[in-house]
Design a protein around this ligand. Structure first.
Ligand SMILES: [Zn+2]
Length: 54
């Protein structure tokens, strides 16, 4: 078993996440809302590297 730097986050363990939702305002109009945050990489679970099973 060996380790490789996670290519999804470049080894930092953090990536930008983006989520699009549709919110309704008080008049019932739909407003697209984009949520962005920096969080644990989904490729390596925040470890920054991945284990390769060989
Ligand atoms: Zn990663």
């Amino acid at each position: 078993m060996s380790e490789r730097v996670c290519t999804a986050c470049g080894g930092s363990g953090l990536t930008e996440h983006e989520l699009h939702t549709i919110d309704l305002d008080e008049n019932g109009h739909q407003n697209p809302v984009t949520h962005r945050w920096t969080g644990a990489c989904s490729g390596c679970a925040g470890a920054g590297k991945i284990h390769i099973h060989e």
